[in-house]
Design a protein around this ligand. Structure first.
Ligand SMILES: [Zn+2]
Length: 62
């Protein structure tokens, strides 16, 4: 199951979406996504457990 998770770009603060795959087992994922508005990269880190996002963080990437 894929969830479209909304996040704010840490450079321009516009809303973006990232596809999050929901797992049954605990899974931590680190990805870098380019903002669709300003094209700056954001580091996204999230943890999925029992098909729910239990942790989600966006960090500005330099
Ligand atoms: Zn942006």
């Amino acid at each position: 199951m894929i969830l479209e998770k909304k996040y704010k770009c840490q450079t321009c603060f516009e809303n973006n979406f990232v596809d999050v795959e929901l797992y049954f087992c605990s899974e931590t994922v680190d990805i870098i996504e380019d903002c669709r508005v300003c094209c700056n990269p954001n580091s996204i880190s999230y943890t999925v457990e029992n098909e729910k996002i239990v942790y989600f963080e966006v960090i500005k990437t330099y």
